[in-house]
Design a protein around this ligand. Structure first.
Ligand code: FAD
Length: 280
C-alpha cells in the first residue's frame, strides 16, 4: 500500500434528495460510506436558494448522525440579508463548515444578487461571522468555463483564498497533469491552503458527457470512445470506469494530495469500490 494512503482525508458530496424514496436512498448511501470515516460530507445548494430547505434539512440530518457536515452556499441571486439569515441558521444548528460558491443562476431566474463572485462571499462571511466557519472554495484545474483566460482564473482563485478561504475542492478532472500544474501555479501565487481533488466516479456515459460539457471538464477521447463503445452494457461501463478513476486516484495519492473529495451523486457503490481498491 502507498504510505501516503494513511494521511488521505476523504470527503463525500451529496445533493438534497427531493422525494421520500430519494431520502431513503441517501440514508442508505450515508450508512454505506460512514465506515470510510470521511473528514466531512458536503451537500450542494441550488443557486438563488432553490434547494435551500433541502440543503439545510440534509446537512442537519447528516450532522445528527455524527458526521461533520458542510452545506454549499452560493451567492448569486441572493441578497446579503438572505445570506446572513442562512448562515445564522446554519450556525444555530452547530454547523461550522461551508463550501462558498458563486453558483450559476438557473436560466430565466432574475437578478444576480448583491455579491458577484465567490471571493466576495468569502469576504462577507469573514466580515460578518469571523472565524466561525471553515470555508472551502472551488478550484478549476481545467479552467472555469466562463473564465477569460487560465491566468485570470488562477488569479481569481488566489483572490478567494486571500479573502479568507481555508481550503479548496477542485472541479473533477480525468487528467492528473492539469491538477498538478494548477497546484504548482497556485503555490507560485502564494496560495498555501490544501487543494483537494474532486473525483467523479464513472457509472453512466451520457450523464458524464452532459455534466462534463456543462462544467468544462475534459473527458479524454480514449475514455469517451471506450465508454461509448460499451453501449447499454452498464456493467462494462462501471468496470471500465472503476479502472480509470482508481488509476487516477492512485496517481494523485502517490503525488501526496491532501485528500479526495468524491462527487457521489448520492450513490455509494462506485465511491466505495474505488476506496476499497485504493486500500482506504
Ligand atoms: P467564482 O470563483 O466567483 O468564479 C466564477 C467565474 O468568475 C470564473 O470564471 C472566475 O474566473 C470569474 N471571476 C472570479 N472573480 C472575478 C473578478 N473579480 N472579476 C472578473 N471575473 C472573476 N454550483 C451550485 O450551484 N451549487 C453547488 O452546490 C455547487 N457546488 C460546487 C462544488 C464544487 C467543489 C465545485 C468545483 C463547483 C460547484 N458548483 C456548484 C458549481 C459552481 O457554482 C460554478 O462552477 C460557478 O459557475 C462558479 O462558482 P465559483 O464559486 O467557482 O465562482
Amino acid at each position: 500500500m502507498n504510505p501516503n494512503m494513511n494521511s488521505i482525508e476523504l470527503s463525500f458530496e451529496f445533493f438534497p434528495p427531493k422525494t421520500p424514496e430519494a431520502v431513503d436512498k441517501l440514508r442508505a448511501t450515508r450508512d454505506q460510506l460512514m465506515p470510510l470515516k470521511p473528514k466531512f460530507v458536503s451537500v450542494t445548494f441550488g443557486a438563488g436558494g432553490s434547494t435551500q430547505q433541502g440543503t439545510l434539512d440534509t446537512v442537519v440530518e447528516m450532522a445528527k448522525s455524527g458526521l461533520e457536515a458542510a452545506p454549499h452556499l452560493s451567492c448569486i441571486g441572493s441578497s446579503k440579508d438572505d445570506l446572513r439569515a442562512i448562515l445564522n441558521e446554519y450556525r444555530s444548528h452547530g454547523i461550522r463548515h461551508i463550501v462558498a460558491l458563486r453558483g450559476d443562476l438557473p436560466s430565466g431566474m432574475g437578478a444576480v444578487g448583491e455579491l458577484r463572485y465567490a471571493s466576495e462571499l468569502v469576504s462577507f462571511i469573514r466580515a460578518e461571522f469571523g472565524n466561525t466557519f471553515h470555508i472551502e472554495v472551488a478550484a478549476y484545474p481545467e479552467c472555469h468555463p466562463q473564465s477569460r483566460s487560465p491566468r485570470h482564473d488562477l488569479e481569481n482563485f488566489a483572490r478567494k483564498v486571500k479573502a479568507g478561504a481555508d481550503s479548496a475542492i477542485t472541479q473533477y478532472f480525468f487528467n492528473a497533469d492539469a491538477y498538478f500544474h494548477f497546484v504548482d501555479d497556485a503555490r507560485k501565487l502564494g496560495v498555501d491552503v490544501p487543494i483537494v481533488p474532486g473525483i467523479m466516479p464513472i457509472t453512466n456515459y451520457s450523464q458524464l458527457m452532459r455534466f462534463s460539457e456543462m462544467c468544462g471538464a475534459e473527458v479524454p477521447r480514449w475514455v469517451a470512445r471506450r465508454l461509448e463503445g460499451f453501449g447499454d452494457d452498464r456493467d462494462a461501463i462501471r468496470a471500465f470506469g472503476l479502472d480509470v478513476v482508481t488509476a487516477l486516484c492512485e496517481r494523485l495519492v502517490a503525488a501526496g494530495v491532501p485528500g479526495l473529495h468524491f462527487y457521489t451523486l448520492n450513490g455509494s457503490a462506485a465511491t466505495k469500490s474505488i476506496c476499497e481498491r485504493l486500500g482506504l
